[in-house]
Design a binder for this molecule. Structure first.
Ligand code: NAP
Length: 281
C-alpha cells in the first residue's frame, strides 16, 4: 500500500500507513452520514488510507457506510475488518467474511482480525483465516485484544505465526502494554495497532498534555496522538467523524515531542513498572 505519510512494516515487509482511521459508531445516525463520509474521504485524501471497521459496528451498518464512502477509492485503501469471536470457527469465519465483503462492496479485505478471543479454539480460526487467504478473500490476518500469553499460544498454534498484527487498546492514559506486550510484538516484527489512541478524547483534564498543547497552540488530542505515533512499530487508528478532527489528527504526524515534554508526560502518566492485564473496551 503506497501512501505519502509515514508507514510501518507488516511482518512480510509490506508497508502500511502509520496513521489510519477508525470507524466505530459511524453509520448509525442518518443525520450524520454525509459528514462521516466526508471525514473518511478527507482522511483518505490526506494519506490516512488504512481504515479499520468490524462486523460488530452498528450490526453491519458501519461496513455499509464504509462501502459507500469507498466508492471509487477502494484501491487506495488498506481495508481492515474484524470477525466476532462467536463467528470465528473454521466455517463461520468464512461466512462472516463473505458478509463483510458484501457490505463493504469489495471482493477482498487487506486485513481480517479476530475481534477478541472467544471459546473457539485458535487452531480453527487460523485454519479459516488461511482458507480465506488461499481463496484471495483476505490478504493478511491478525488478532485484536490478545495479551502476551494469548500471543504466545497463537504463535505456537500451527500456522499462527502468520499473524500480521495485534490491535490493542493503547494510549497515553493506558500504558500497560509497554511492559511486555509491545516489546513482545516488536521482537517478532509485528506492528501494534493502537485503538482508542486518543482515549475517546476524554483524557484527564489539566495534565502536561494541556501545558504542551497551550504552549504550542495545538489541541490536546493532537499531542496525545503524536505521543502514540512517535513509537516505532506502533500505528494508530483514531476515529474522527468530523473533517476538522481528521485534519487535526493528521497534524500529529508532524509533531515531534521534545525530551522535556516526554519527561513531563511520563511523570504524570507513569509507564508501567510491572505486568498489567491488557485492558479492552
Ligand atoms: N479492536 C477493538 O476491540 C476496538 C475497540 C475500540 C475501538 N476500535 C477501533 O479503533 C478506533 C478508534 O478508537 P475509538 O473510536 O474507541 O476512540 P478514539 O479514536 O480514541 O476516540 C474517538 C473520539 O475522539 C474524538 N476525536 C477524534 N479526533 C479528535 C480531535 N482531533 N479532536 C477532538 N476530538 C477528536 C472523536 O470525535 P468525532 O467522531 O466527533 O470526530 C470521537 O468522539 C475505533 O473507531 C475502531 O475502529 C477497536
Amino acid at each position: 500500500m503506497t501512501s505519502d505519510i509515514a508507514s510501518v512494516s507488516l511482518p512480510d515487509g509490506e508497508r502500511v500507513p502509520k496513521l489510519g482511521q477508525g470507524t466505530w459508531g459511524m453509520g448509525e445516525m442518518p443525520a450524520r452520514r454525509a459528514a462521516e463520509i466526508d471525514a473518511l474521504r478527507c482522511g483518505i485524501e490526506l494519506g490516512m488510507t488504512l481504515i479499520d471497521t468490524a462486523e460488530m459496528y452498528g450490526d453491519g451498518a458501519t461496513e455499509l457506510l464504509l462501502g459507500e464512502a469507498l466508492a471509487g477509492l477502494r484501491d487506495n485503501v488498506f481495508l481492515v475488518s474484524k470477525v466476532y469471536p462467536h463467528n470465528a470457527s473454521r466455517r463461520g469465519v468464512i461466512a462472516a467474511c463473505e458478509q463483510s465483503l458484501k457490505r463493504l462492496k469489495t471482493d477482498q479485505l487487506d486485513l481480517y482480525l479476530l475481534h477478541w478471543r472467544g471459546s473457539v479454539p485458535l487452531a480453527e480460526t487460523v485454519e479459516g483465516f488461511e482458507a480465506l487467504r488461499r481463496a484471495g478473500k483476505i490478504r493478511h490476518w491478525g488478532v485484536s485484544n490478545f495479551d502476551t500469553e494469548d500471543m504466545e499460544e497463537l504463535v505456537a498454534t500451527p500456522g499462527g505465526d502468520a499473524c500480521a498484527t495485534n490491535q490493542i487498546l493503547y494510549n497515553v492514559a493506558r500504558r500497560g502494554p509497554e511492559f511486555d506486550l509491545l516489546p513482545w510484538l516488536a521482537f517478532r516484527k509485528m506492528p501494534s495497532m493502537a485503538y482508542s489512541p486518543v482515549d475517546h478524547a476524554r483524557l484527564p483534564k489539566r495534565s502536561p498534555l494541556d501545558d504542551i498543547a497551550d504552549a504550542r497552540g495545538i489541541s490536546v488530542v493532537q499531542v496525545a496522538l503524536a505521543w502514540v505515533l512517535r513509537q516505532p512499530g506502533v500505528l494508530a487508528i483514531p476515529k474522527a467523524a468530523r473533517v476538522e478532527h481528521v485534519r487535526d489528527n493528521y497534524g500529529a504526524l508532524q509533531l515531534q515531542l521534545g525530551a522535556d515534554e516526554l519527561a513531563a508526560i511520563d511523570a504524570h502518566f507513569k509507564p508501567p513498572r510491572g505486568k498489567r492485564p491488557l485492558e479492552m473496551l
